[in-house]
Design a protein around this ligand. Sequence first.
Ligand SMILES: [Zn+2]
Length: 341
Amino acid sequence: MAGIELFKHQVSGGWWPQRDSGDNAAACTADSDPQLSTYVRAGENVRTFLQRHPALQRRLGWVNPLVLTPGTVKLISSEKQSPSIWLTARGTNEIPAPDSLSEPQDCLWYECKYLVAQSRDICKPNSWVFYSDQTGVSIKSLQLRLYTELNVSAGHYTQVSRPGRIQKILTCPEENRAVAIIDRYDINSDRDTYFNMAVLHRVCDPEGHGQSVQIAVETVSFIFNAQHHCRACGCARLEDQHITQERKLTERTRNSLVHEPIGRYLVNMHALHNTALLREILPRELTSPIAYVADREAHHQERSAAMRIAGPLKRAGAQAKAAETRARNKGMKDNVQKGLR
Ligand SMILES: [Zn+2]
């Protein structure tokens, strides 16, 4: 895995420090950067090889970042497409149509496969995202340390960053508008004590129905990973589910866990993708490392004192066992020799 990541880094034009003249990777194809003389990268032929071979791009899962424009969407195929007015397209949620449409009643909405977030992430329905209430917020503004549900004054405007899950992505080409219907979630003020991760809960109205909103796709900041909090929700039910093969359901089944319909999820803090953005946007008290023991030195002393008793006992036990095995093997060998005589 590390080798593949290294290869991706080199072939996509990444830089690395040149340790010495005997560095194999650097010596073969590298040309030095005049400004950063200690850093080198792959030569022109290696760099263009990836761009000239789409098969290699596909195998490495690499997408040219210039192809992805933040705030844009990709439509689903025309065969699967059934354009409809807002009241039908929005589904069962009572979400008002976007503002400032010239003909809100007649505008036809088309379903989309994905949207491109400000971080150039591809976000599909069911993706977890952070979005901003301020239209056109760029990724640079995330450096202002936005906190969930905490208004941050930045010059003449105030912006709020919220987590949510994309339910549907719709676009109206005549109006040149694209929106995402988002299931609203909120982050608990305390992290989960067992997993040591931030917890998301569904935002509900007083009747207990989950709330959803429509947002402009340009306001989606970045994608993150969340997993159902099965431990807190008591998910234990197993059900046979059909296995898919090449996107088609087969007759074969496998026993899978069925999640309880409770809107409680864990923000996956182990995920590597967008890990810096996630830590930037979450309050520090939800992400700061927690020491396993308060007094590290006292803990080491205690453990080493225990090892001084357990260690010799273990070694004596191992020696006794080895002697026993040797004696047994010797006995077996003697018996075999007696049988041969
Ligand atoms: Zn679950």
